[in-house]
Design a protein around this ligand. Structure first.
Ligand code: NAD
Ligand code: AHE
Ligand code: ZN
Length: 370
């Protein structure tokens, strides 16, 4: 079939909107009509050329929601008409990783996913001239139609609005999951969140759900303050307005350091500040941000010797086929809020505006509605 997509032709170039060919689903695969997709900072990271796994030409996008159109041979867990959220972290429920309760990092298709192809080693996308176009994070939600393995689709309730629940495909689940699944924050905790964007705000929302007493938000952009307060931030810190070093300031603000800190910036200097503003003896720092190729984290080992813990999280530690439908339920039941964070709604033709808004610090989440 032919479908419309925003194609990343080369690093650093705007996406090109064009018709592309899409082959039908093969064994174990599913054809999905994408109804809406968010634009996550990770899409920008890959488009910029900073992603060591970045490949071009490719169809980016990994935060979508849509409807099953057709299922391939043997794909029995879904049927046409089902509402689904694509999962860049699949859940096969069979691999060594899925069988280990300590991780959500299903590895069943990770190798081919990183190569921009389906598990059989080929791409379903091509140009109208027949040149292959690669998939991205196994999702490619910047295409009106896409093909995914069935293990990379969460079936969700049909009354949930696509233009909101697409955000559960990455940002919402990552932020809330980092608090609940990875940090396992206790009631009464003190926490610091670095970066109040599409992920950091969901960390704040997760901290409020978990019953944290103090939620400090740190961002260079003062315009992020109001939205963060709306989601539960108790104290705002702009590093540019702090006299002296940021870490001692935060340690003092949190009465000796935070029980939990979260990096949602992708900046390795910020990651160090996050680790070092965690409480001596027990503070845990969770890295969510994705850093550019070649970047490395550093601290004095003494920071860890004296009890601070450095951890990371992917997709908030969530097992997508199990956890994502529950998070959709939480949204529909009013337990979590999403709508105010979706600050801009775009069409596929204006998708590049979403990247501009992100660069200018004007958006939280831009969502493309097909
Ligand atoms: P975003 O652009 O919406 O937000 C980033 C925020 O960080 C902005 O508000 C910005 O002003 C702030 N910031 C930048 N530099 C800062 C600094 N030095 N100090 C304080 N604040 C600073 O991005 P997002 O969509 O929220 O994504 C955040 C990060 O999380 C990105 O690196 C993204 O790739 C990553 N991410 C990781 C996962 C995962 O599973 N681990 C999932 C989604 C996104
Ligand atoms: N390709 C990059 C790493 C990118 C990365 O860390 N991705 C996160 C999800 S970000 C979603 O917005 C992730 O899930 N990582 C686990 C994995 O297996 O990719 C690089 O540095 O090579
Ligand atoms: Zn993302």
């Amino acid at each position: 079939m032919k479908t419309r997509a925003a194609v990343a032709t080369a690093a650093g170039k705007p996406l090109e909107i064009m018709e592309v060919n899409l082959d039908g689903p093969r064994a174990g695969e599913v054809l999905v009509e994408i109804k809406a997709t968010g634009i996550c900072h990770t899409d920008e990271f890959t488009l910029s050329g900073a992603d060591p796994e970045g490949l071009f030409p490719a169809i980016l996008g990994h935060e979508g929601a849509g409807v099953v159109v057709e299922v391939g041979e043997g794909a029995t867990s879904l049927k046409p008409g089902d509402h689904v959220i694509p999962l860049y972290t699949p859940e096969c429920r069979e691999c060594e990783y899925c069988l280990n309760p300590k991780t959500n990092l299903c590895q069943a298709i990770r190798t081919t996913q990183g190569q921009g192809v389906m598990p059989d080693g080929t791409s379903r996308f091509s140009t109208l001239d027949g040149d292959p176009i690669l998939h991205y994070m196994g999702c490619s939600t910047f295409s009106n139609h896409t093909v995914l393995p069935e293990i990379a689709l969460a079936k969700v309730r049909e009354d949930a609005p696509f233009d909101k629940i697409c955000y559960i495909g990455c940002g919402v689940t990552t932020g809330i999951g980092a608090v609940i699944n990875t940090a396992k924050v206790e009631i009464g905790s003190r926490a610091i969140v670095f970066g109040l964007g599409g992920i950091g705000l969901n960390v704040i929302q997760g901290l409020r759900l978990a019953g944290a007493d103090q939620i400090v938000g740190v961002d260079l952009n003062p315009n992020k303050r109001a939205m963060a307060e709306r989601f539960g931030m108790t104290d705002f810190v702009n590093p540019n307005e702090v006299d002296g070093d940021l870490v001692p300031y935060l340690v003092s603000l949190t009465k000796g350091g935070a029980d939990y800190t979260f990096d949602a910036t992708g900046n390795v200097q910020v990651m160090r500040a996050a680790l070092e503003s965690a409480h001596k003896g027990w503070g845990e720092s969770i890295i969510i941000g994705v850093a550019p190729a070649g970047a490395e984290i550093a601290t004095r080992p003494f920071q860890l010797v004296t009890g601070r813990v450095w951890k990371g999280t992917a997709f908030g530690g969530a097992r997508g086929r199990t956890d994502v439908p529950r998070i959709v339920d939480w949204y529909m039941e009013g337990k979590i809020d999403i709508d105010p964070m979706i600050t801009h709604t775009l069409t596929l033709d204006t998708i590049n505006d979403g990247f501009d808004l992100m660069h200018e610090g004007k958006s939280i989440r831009s969502v493309v509605v097909y």
